[in-house]
Design a protein around this ligand. Structure first.
Ligand code: ARG
Length: 277
């Protein structure tokens, strides 16, 4: 099957101040040293890869004292050019939300909402043609789901995350082709009921195994054809190719020490639908 890529616009934040000084997910061990130069090089490789694929990358200015800002996916959710801001669960990251909102207001986005309930942006929200998939259990409040549904006017499907290693939806599920509602996920990250919901909505989904999930292989970004994912998730490459995708392995080993990889570093700015006459 032939897959077409479509040009995307992403928001990223260089890991200039990246560190692991606290632990808010099981991947983070402040005792483990981080190689900041390597983190920067790995992040630049990801940015350059997007650029070489023809995508646009916008940059958010990193701030000292906010070491997790590199995980730009968490700062907002943008659908149809409308911006639902984030509200972080842990005090260490709270200040990031206002920096994201300010960026959008400075860059011509007029519809920017500061949310009432905790949501960690695209960490827990994923967009398909039919739905807004929404994770809960570790970070985003279940109350953020109706809030997002009302704001975007898209049906929200709440999904219960049960394994602390997969604390955000984007560590357990990735949208491969939003037009075709095609996803890949690791069933073990979800409650039995949520697994049944996923089977019902996405009967043809690609299922990831435990080893690829543990390599954070679900923390991937697809443009409809190219799927950028952690290179250690070796078991996903052939199944992706079998479906016509082109997997591109990335090494983000330093950022993995913060509990994030490709997707966490990448917020997608989905434009308003083109005006029709
Ligand atoms: N250290 C960050 C945190 O725990 C990692 C966030 C990863 N981002 C993501 N979209 N899953 O909040």
């Amino acid at each position: 099957m032939h897959r077409d890529a479509s040009p995307r616009r992403y928001l990223m934040c260089p890991p200039a101040h990246f560190r692991v000084t606290y632990s808010i997910n099981p991947w983070m061990d402040p005792a483990k040293p981080v190689d900041l130069r390597l983190a920067l090089t790995q992040w630049e490789d990801l940015r350059d890869r997007y650029l070489s694929l023809g995508h646009t990358v916008e940059l958010l200015e990193p701030q000292p004292g906010l070491p997790d800002m590199v995980f730009a996916a968490n700062g907002a959710t943008v659908v149809d050019g409308r911006v639902l801001g984030a509200r972080f669960a842990y005090p260490e990251r709270i200040a990031e939300a206002a920096l994201h909102r300010a960026w959008f207001l400075d860059h011509g986005f007029t519809d920017v909402k500061e949310p009432d309930h905790v949501n960690e942006g695209e960490g827990d929200f994923a967009v398909t043609a039919s739905y807004l998939l929404a994770g809960r259990g570790f970070r985003s409040s279940p109350l953020s789901h109706p809030e997002a549904q009302e704001f975007f006017g898209r049906p929200v499907i709440g999904l219960d995350l049960v394994d602390p290693r997969y604390y955000h939806l984007d560590t357990a599920l990735s949208v491969l082709d939003e037009a075709a509602d095609e996803v890949v996920y690791y069933p073990g990250a979800f409650s039995p009921g949520s697994q049944a919901v996923l089977r019902r909505l996405f009967p043809n989904a690609l299922l990831a195994g435990e080893q690829d999930a543990a390599a954070l292989g679900l923390n991937a970004v697809s443009d409809g054809r190219h799927v950028l994912l952690p290179q250690a998730a070796v078991g996903l490459f052939d199944p992706l190719r079998d479906r016509g995708y082109e997997p591109i392995g990335m090494d983000l080993s330093e950022l993995l020490k913060g509990g994030g990889s490709v997707k966490c570093c990448t917020q997608e700015l989905r434009p308003a639908p083109a005006a029709t006459r």
